[in-house]
Ligand binder design. Structure first.
Ligand code: PLP
Length: 362
């Protein structure tokens, strides 16, 4: 048996063993071609089939919403922070943002380079330990879009529901919670996600957008940064990150085999509850700083509060085979990233380890 770490990395993150093993079996000779998929033309029938399969699988897992197109781009979710204002923030309009953490702050920073921006709501005063009440989100009439971060990966908060924005397109960064729960995507203008958290490996950014939003872009921006370039060429204008797209397709197959997002959601909620309960029942030994109704089911953040004990926790965790539990350097403490591919069993082992650690050191 292969030795696998208890991987709680924030991104790139754990992939299902089944997906890795299938990729291993296919890496040298893909579907009888005598080549790896990495070695073949992206203009050939074999690659294109995988590419199209991945798009239709993703839409199908989202309930086949009408009028949406999937794009596979490069440059990570971070490039979307600037592509969004470049493509949509036209003269006389404002880019409206809800800021609930580090990624949201980075997204508005880019928009400011291109036009007028507006903060529709922010929880910065609460150190981003919550998401705002949906009723407090104010979308101005001249908003080009409303942008929000569905799950703030670093702070560990997550929207439980999304605001309705009427005719203003709702654009959501779902990098760290895409396909982790069952949602109706028809209220969204565009969803985007770097694949390396919930969807596969790094190297590809997935966009799901209403066709009318991306079918035509301003002519004065670079070809590669226009959505319409990728829309009208089925994301094959230039060489796509073919191996990453292949792995995303395998990951999507795996999600189908788990029973789709409704089943994944059940497991994800159970995983998160296990760790949050361990924190809440520790009589204050562990503290979960995020407000309970804003807690993320993907990134569980917690702390002990004593620098010495936190060092000891990481040391003992490493000895037990846990990886990636250190919190982001900007917030400290700990973070267990429990994306789709992280098994329930691993969360159970972590919860047990935490309880033992408390018994030993409290
Ligand atoms: C990781 C992450 C990003 C940045 O993704 P890159 O692909 O590294 O650019 C953006 N937003 C959120 C919510 C993330 O978790």
């Amino acid at each position: 048996m292969t030795k696998r770490a208890y991987n709680f990395n924030a991104g790139p993150a754990a992939l299902p063993l089944e997906v890795l093993e299938r990729a291993q079996a296919e890496i040298v000779d893909f579907r009888g071609t005598g080549m790896s998929i990495m070695e073949m033309s992206h203009r050939g029938k074999v690659y294109e089939e995988v590419h199209n399969e991945a798009q239709s699988r993703l839409l199908s897992l989202m309930g086949n919403p009408k009028g949406y197109k999937v794009l596979f781009l490069q440059g990570g979710a971070s490039t979307q922070f600037s592509m969004i204002p470049m493509n949509f923030l036209t003269e006389g309009k404002t880019g409206s943002y809800v800021i609930t953490g580090s990624w949201g702050a980075k997204s508005i920073k880019e928009a400011k380079l291109f036009g007028e921006t507006h903060v529709a709501a922010s929880t910065e005063n609460d150190k981003f330990m919550s998401v705002p009440d949906l009723k407090s989100i104010e979308v101005p009439e001249n908003a080009a879009y409303l942008h929000l971060t569905s799950n703030e990966t670093i702070e560990g908060n997550q929207f439980q529901q999304y605001p309705s924005t009427g005719n203003v397109p709702l654009i959501v960064d779902m990098s760290s919670d895409i396909l982790s729960r069952n949602i109706d995507i028809t209220p969204f203008g565009m969803i985007y996600a770097g694949a390396q958290k919930n969807l596969g490996p790094s190297g590809v950014t997935v966009i799901i957008a209403r066709e009318e939003l991306i079918a035509e872009s301003p002519k004065n921006i670079p070809t590669m940064l226009r959505y319409d370039t990728h829309y009208s060429n089925n994301s094959l204008y230039n060489t796509p990150p073919s191996y990453s797209v292949y792995l995303v397709n395998e990951m999507l197959k795996w999600i189908e085999e788990q029973g789709g997002t409704a089943e994944l959601e059940k497991v994800n909620r159970k995983k998160a509850a296990l760790i949050y309960d361990t924190i809440d029942r520790s009589e204050g030994f562990f503290q979960g700083p995020v407000h309970p109704d804003s807690r993320s089911i993907m990134n569980v953040t917690f702390k002990i509060g004593s620098e010495e004990l936190e060092k000891q926790f990481i040391k003992e965790a490493e000895q037990e085979g846990f990886v990636g539990l250190k919190g982001h350097r900007s917030v400290g403490g700990f973070r267990a990233s429990i994306y789709n591919a992280v098994p329930y069993e691993n969360c159970k082992v972590l919860a047990e380890f935490m309880t033992h650690f408390k018994q030993k050191h409290a």
